[in-house]
Ligand binder design. Sequence first.
Ligand SMILES: Cc1ncc(COP(=O)(O)O)c(C=O)c1O
Length: 369
Amino acid sequence: MAARPEPRPGVMQIEAYVPGKSKAGAGVVKIHKLSSNETPLGPSPKAMEAVRAMDHFELYPDGSATALREAIGAKYGLDPARIICGAGSDELLSLITNTYVGPGDEGLFSEHGFLVYKIAILAAGGVPVVAPEKDYHADVDAILARVTPKTKIVFLANPNNPTGTYLPFNEVKRLHAGLPPHVVLVLDAAYAEYVRRNDYESGLELVATAENVVMTRTFSKIYGLANLRLGWMVGPAHIIDAVNRIRGPFNINGPAMAAGIAAIQDDAHVGRAIAHNEQWLAWLTKEIEALGLKVTPSVGNFLLIHFPNEAGKTSKEADAFLTGRGLILRRIDAYGLPDALRLTIGDEEANRLVVEALRDFLSGRTSHA
Ligand SMILES: Cc1ncc(COP(=O)(O)O)c(C=O)c1O
């Protein structure tokens, strides 16, 4: 008998998720947090008004988030009964995993896929299986080649974080077509709103026609509501029914619901965020490449910048240099990308400062021009 309580198998294999930094060293006057893919535009003012108008905090919220599911349904032409809301899409990723993965079952994701998938699979007692990527893109053949009778779930972040790459819809359909019907395919479309590509589809179409596909979305990114923790998932009725059985009865709080309803109806605000991202994603890619650094082409609101493994120019040194100027990027060693940093597209001031700082870093200059 153990001398003290022992966590279930798998739990101690989890390396706890480390969120993006938000602090710089002493003496930094202004900090630009570019480490968690948050929007520089903030939330819709209408969402903030809705939160401020809330009262009756002594009452439990609506446990089925009916008004929010109806607002999401109206926006996307979906049946609200096939939507489930979560405290961030992270919660939904855990819930779907806990619903379908048990001890010894396998969960599959790609090499540089979002870290929460591995955590969710291990937490459920499952076995994480990793498919290699090709040039930082998920590889459908590599994923399908790793499906076994034990595979219960496949995660695809599309676009993926931290690479910023995406799979066109025909590839997603090919992935789905190659999976046995008992495997749940989770299409994580946290950054879908940012994508400006004709061959991209977030997953709505597959969800509508398949019995084993769900799509997750978030209010944390383009809607700027990360602090309120709000996400949603759409799927076939039988999956939503099963996941609802293990969902906490009041997992979404009232202010988050009110903000979500207002945010999803504010097309003008989302439009501004899309336009801002389109402009600065292109500008940053061009400017950073012009400095001689390799940038993985991104369709999200962030960029993967690769640094040479050369003393004085490494990602670690770049990170320290940028942090010294109050520019907080994301180290992504945990994603198997120790030579890269991830940069979230910021406001104009931050974006220009990043390029200036990288220029100074690469030229060995330490002080401001
Ligand atoms: C690909 C991807 N999925 C899901 C999430 C989770 O977002 P949230 O739990 O805030 O909805 C993130 C956040 O970084 C992400 O990058």
